[in-house]
Design a protein around this ligand. Structure first.
Ligand SMILES: Nc1nc2c(ncn2[C@@H]2O[C@H](COP(=O)(O)OP(=O)(O)O)[C@@H](O)[C@H]2O)c(=O)[nH]1
Ligand SMILES: [Mg+2]
Length: 415
């Protein structure tokens, strides 16, 4: 038994990870096939499914069995990677975002994020660069100090070669340098338990903090395509679209030339390339369409969502402001309180403390039983139940919050 590691406890639910300093939760990211699931299984003794060379298999976000490191209960969170064989990047970001949003809504924040990168990749190809860029936007600069960029598969390269790649990754502005400049750490992983424990020990002293994506989705109530990661994804897809379009034009030109010169064999090859390029373009354009659909929302297409979203937002906001009074020492609210109060005030004036409008009731029927709406609906129900009391409490809460912020001298501006 390796020192510091005991048998994984069988407890699957670790309660409130943010508040219980004994519990450490770590998100593991990286492109498909970078070894995320393998690392998690190694550390935790979990048996999450590992992919073969052709197919990726982490379909969804999944958590490891909690396990002990130096007296702390660690949970590793596995994510589907970008550049997946079965899933578009849009679908992957949507899954990860959905998970992160739910966690943060339950006040669960992460102590660390491991980003895995294969040192065998001879350079950052387009998709690795896109994946890392999205990752950066998802974390934001302020949580980079909780990030450990881990290179693995060292046994598959010559040491010299690996070292020169590592140096390039560290020094290049397009790769890891900006993250390292913002206090991200690096580590090498040799696929052994001591090695993964070393990585986890770099994270144990961290303070849990929300990722930028979580703040954007929950505190600022953005939809995924409006977030930094969503915008980065769209930009990446647009770049690909442009590249495909240019390629198509070039190929068409080549084809004309070949036909003019009666080069039949060349023409046949070019036609094949044209076909592949067109297929690629259609795939990218479909992804862009999916992302676009999220921006405006299927819910909007259902007609009602748009008209009620302001009210739902009020409901969510009231809920959050109440949470501040229920748990005034929870630091997570302090970072967003300014926004929360501002929005509640603005939206409350729209309502002017009127009775609950009928379409709020109707909102509960939107989207049928889709789990997508479960949280929102729970928020609406709670709001309907607590609305009158909440309005009364609002002024008090606001005063209390401002007084507390003043006392803490943190200098937040609320208005
Ligand atoms: N040599 C080596 N192979 C690894 C390592 N980690 C994972 N692999 C292999 O890489 C493949 C992909 O691993 P997996 O954990 O499914 O990657 P994921 O898609 O990021 O979850 C599997 O065949 C693993 O056996 C490592 O550290 N070293
Ligand atoms: Mg996996």
């Amino acid at each position: 038994m390796v020192s510091g590691r005991t048998l994984p406890s069988q407890k699957h639910e670790s309660g409130n990870l943010a508040r219980d300093s004994k519990s450490i939760s770590i998100l593991v990211m990286g492109s498909t096939g970078s070894g995320k699931t393998t690392l998690i299984n190694l550390a935790s003794g979990s048996k999450l499914r590992v992919s073969d060379s052709l197919h990726s298999c982490t379909e969804d976000v999944q958590t490891s069995i909690p396990f002990d490191v130096d007296g702390r209960e660690v949970t590793l969170i596995d994510t589907p990677g970008f550049d997946d064989t079965n899933k578009s990047d849009v679908a992957v970001l949507d899954l990860v975002a959905h998970f992160l949003k739910q966690q943060y809504e339950q006040s669960k924040t992460l102590h660390g994020i491991i980003y895995l990168h294969r040192i065998t990749d001879n350079r950052m190809n387009g998709s690795s660069t896109r994946s890392f860029r999205m990752f950066r936007k998802l974390c934001g600069d302020s949580t980079l100090k909780n990030v450990v960029i881990v290179t693995n598969m060292w046994n598959k390269v010559h040491v010299k070669e690996g070292e020169s790649r590592e140096a390039e990754l560290r020094q290049d502005d397009r790769f890891f340098k900006p993250a390292l400049d913002n206090q991200a750490k690096t580590a090498r992983h040799d696929n052994t338990i001591p090695s993964v424990l070393d990585i986890i020990r770099k994270i144990l002293p961290n303070t849990a903090a929300p990722l930028t994506l979580q703040q954007e989705l929950v505190d600022h109530m953005k939809r995924l395509p409006e977030t930094g990661a969503g915008i980065e994804l769209r930009d990446g897809l647009k770049e690909l679209e442009d590249r495909f379009m240019k390629e198509l034009l070039d190929l068409k030109h080549e084809l004309q030339e070949a036909l003019k010169e009666l080069k039949v064999v060349d023409a046949k090859e070019i036609k094949e390339e044209l076909h592949n390029s067109r297929t690629g373009l259609v795939r990218i354009q479909n992804e862009l369409k999916n992302l676009q659909a999220q921006a405006f929302g299927k819910m909007d297409a259902e007609g009602m969502w748009k008209s009620m979203s302001a009210e739902v937002r009020v409901a969510m906001m009231f809920k959050r402001v109440q949470a501040v009074t229920d748990d005034p020492d929870n630091d997570r609210f302090w970072s967003s309180l300014g926004d929360t109060i501002k929005t509640v005030k603005a939206l409350a004036t729209v309502f002017n403390a009127h009775p609950i409008p009928p379409h709020i009731q109707q909102a509960l029927t939107v989207g049928g039983d889709s789990p997508r709406y479960t949280n929102v609906k729970a928020g609406i129900r709670e709001w309907i139940n607590t609305y009158p009391k909440t309005v009364q409490k609002l002024e008090k809460i606001t005063e209390k919050a401002i007084a507390k912020a003043g006392k803490k001298k943190r200098g937040w501006k609320f208005w």
